[in-house]
Design a protein around this ligand. Structure first.
Ligand code: ADP
Ligand code: ASP
Ligand code: MG
Length: 410
């Protein structure tokens, strides 16, 4: 008998039929004698629908009220799932984030979990109840409802598993594990039996939305046993996120390929090449709370240089607005910008001990005539920025070039 936290994503609870199906799965686990805490997302499309309503009223919705609104999606599913369980004779009780409570800081729409009170949940579990908790939401110390950022139910689940010292946190979704890349883009992608935390953190931060990055960070910090599985298949071991590299397994150097369409590139040309210029350009952007991702400054020539960086696509216009003032101030010659770009990244802890990985990546893209606009590297990843129209092609050819199409795993 174990204490298991299970999380069911939006597609898995997308209709009342699917909610009934999830209830039947939970009933099976319960019948085996396990204690269960279930985290659910909003029904698929619901969070987007609610954000759309808000934007019909306010172009930039009030942060506090937006959280009040979008958190309702998860409140619907906890109620429905509790009913579905009771309907088949399984005792269950639902909780909104504030009822647990899941206490967060006050950064609306990207709040961080600070503490979770497990007393009420423990009492329910002891009484034989299945506990159902709304994902994605919490409450700050002022009593305001907060949300944890898109995909945040993953983080709710891992945080609950950490607080309850659960034996395992199972993330049920619409694919049966973590793949070498998004299987919707590359049908030849393979499910990984295991992936290390380091790799999963990189994959998540570089755009693989199968797990929200904060959930992986949380699991790493609190040593939560984390597994990704399909909610549509009865059997299957999914993908286990591991702390150690499996020394016995012949591992590919590149574990996976991530990509991100949420990028826009800005190139500030003819900037006077003197100390403080990076700060003068990026300072006002940071002050506006815009996250800068890739950054490149060229070696100067004739007293001027070029400075390039990327920002989230949704912040493109705002960034350009800020830069208009900066350009006059610093005397830059020109701003060249493009929001039809995408980032492709190869990820793998094996890169540490292999050289030539980046050049294989560049050669593979060159052979397809794909131009690289920016590059950034770390010990276990190489990212390139390319024209968005080459994204799928780039991911496919790299997937093949690094041997990910074939069956490498034992
Ligand atoms: P949920 O609603 O269950 O949280 P998400 O849509 O957030 O599901 O995440 C699952 C999706 O992540 C999959 O349908 C898949 O398209 C996408 N995805 C991206 N990269 C990967 C990957 N490397 N492995 C598996 N799925 C991936
Ligand atoms: N419903 C939220 C979203 O769509 C949280 C989640 O699904 O994890 O982002
Ligand atoms: Mg998700």
């Amino acid at each position: 008998m174990a204490l298991i936290v299970q999380k069911y994503g939006g597609t898995s609870v997308g209709t009342t039929e699917r909610i009934k199906n999830v209830a039947r799965r939970i009933a099976k686990w319960k019948a085996q004698g396990h204690d269960l805490v279930i985290v659910v997302s909003a029904m698929s499309g619901e969070t987007n629908r609610l954000i759309g309503l808000a934007k019909d009223i306010q172009e930039y919705p009030d942060a506090r009220e937006l959280d009040v609104l979008v958190s309702t999606g998860e409140q619907v599913t906890i109620g429905l799932l509790a009913m579905a369980l009771k309907e088949i004779g399984v005792p269950a009780k639902s909780y909104c984030g504030w009822q647990v409570p899941v206490v967060t800081d006050s950064s609306h729409s990207k709040a961080r979990i600070q503490s979770i009170d497990d007393a009420a949940m423990r009492a329910d579990l002891d009484a034989g109840q299945v506990v159902i908790v709304a994902g994605f939401q919490g409450v700050d110390e002022l009593g305001s409802i907060t949300t944890l950022g898109r995909g945040g139910s993953d983080t709710s689940a891992v945080a609950l598993a950490a607080a309850l010292k659960a034996d395992e946190c199972q993330i049920y979704t619409d694919v049966d594990g973590v793949y070498t890349t998004d299987p919707r883009v590359v049908p030849e992608a393979r499910r990984l039996k295991t992936i290390t935390f380091e790799e999963m953190i990189e994959m998540a931060s570089l755009g693989s939305k199968v797990l929200q990055i904060r959930s992986v960070e949380f699991a790493g910090k609190y040593k939560v046993r984390l597994r990704v599985l399909s909610s549509f298949e009865e059997e299957g071991e999914g993908t286990l996120i591991t702390f150690e590299e499996d020394q016995n397994m012949e591992k590919a150097v590149v574990a996976g390929i991530a990509f991100d369409r949420n990028e826009a590139r800005i190139n500030v040309k003819g900037v006077p090449d003197k100390p403080g210029i990076a700060y003068q350009i990026l300072g006002p952007i940071a002050d506006a709370n815009i996250e800068v991702d890739m950054i490149i400054q060229n070696v100067g020539e004739n007293g001027t240089t070029d400075f390039s960086f990327t920002v989230p696509r949704g912040e493109f216009q705002r960034t350009l607005g800020i830069l208009r003032d900066v350009q006059t101030h610093i005397g830059a010659a020109k701003i060249d910008a493009d929001d039809k770009v995408a980032k492709i990244s190869i990820v793998g802890v094996g890169m540490r001990s292999h050289c030539g990985i980046a050049s294989t990546m560049f050669r593979t893209l060159a052979e397809e005539g794909i131009n690289i606009q920016l590059i950034s590297t770390s010990e276990i990843k190489v990212s390139v920025l390319v024209d968005e129209k080459y994204l799928e092609l780039g991911v496919r050819v790299l997937h093949k070039a690094f041997g990910l199409d074939q069956t490498v795993e034992a």
